[in-house]
Design a protein around this ligand. Sequence first.
Ligand code: CA
Ligand code: CA
Length: 372
Amino acid sequence: MRFTNKSNATSLLFFSVFSVSSSLVSAAPNPLPSLDVGLTFKRPCMADPKGRSASNPVCCKWYEVLDDIQLNLFEHECGPEAHESLRLTFHDAMGYSTTNPLMGGGADGSVMHFAEIEMGYVANHGVDEIVELQRPFAIKHEVSFADFIQFAGAVGLTHCPGSPRLQFFTGRSNQTIFPAPDGTLPLASDSVDKILERVNDVGFTADELVDLMASHSVAVQRHVDPSLPVNQSFLDSTPGTFDSQFYLETMLKGESFAGNGSRSEATSPFIGEFRLASDAALARDPRTACEWQSFVDNRTSMNQKFKLAMKKLSLIGHSLEHLVDCSEVIPIPVQPPSNSTTSLGNSASYPKGKGRSDVEVACDNGKGFPDL
Ligand code: CA
Ligand code: CA
């Protein structure tokens, strides 16, 4: 179940109190009672062969979904399906407006319910593959498309070393009644003015947009220039690691186009890396440059803010009080292998041959650019 020709970026973006043994599960006649004393007690999931437990029985079903997609969708790796599943959370949720209800229902599964319409939009070019890969899993497990899309995005990311453990909430309806119209997703060729206007209308600040862009630390373009091989299409030099290299490398002076130099592309700092025009612009715009730069030497902050922004993204069009928190089902993200040479420190590091003189600083907060 692998893509044949991967891509990731026509659009802008595109984030136990106790466990029980299986013997205890089988012996327990009823779920254990919960005590309302400020602690969350987990109860055994009665049908779970692995004997896992959950604070709300509604979450038990998601363990089944988890086991299935880990093996049969993600194959336990930070590969194309993980990248594309993260991307899909954005493509579904951005169909929304705080001012116009006709702009869509946000994270409502419309990209899957109305794939025949929404996949026709330019911004969704290439997203159809992951939609069709995911759909059978949602149907098989009888969960809503909207929930599944957010769940798969969170689970897939755990295969990328360095990633935060995203939250997951369930309870979104499967009765989505209309598609999002075209034009809700920013394009890589859009101006910063246009991008900010759109994301502000969805409910995000400029800083939160920058926070969401951490997803480009594990991303690859396929449709801005489909002729480029995958190994020349990554958006940072460490596409298998959720680190802050993306933010540093997008600030480096561009040298030449990796691809065909379309309006969606900016010049890259070195061979083998692809730079989206929107990323180059956001890294250099006074409204976004300081938040962008702040992550260059602070991966901890990047992860915390990405996690918060992804929570907000997953709740677009929904009220938290109508959903159930099943974050406990999301696995703890993998760690880099012990023999890995990939740095996962708090700071990014200059790619070979690059240094401070190659950085184009646009943030004017009086603090200067950090030593890396
Ligand atoms: Ca949607
Ligand atoms: Ca990376």
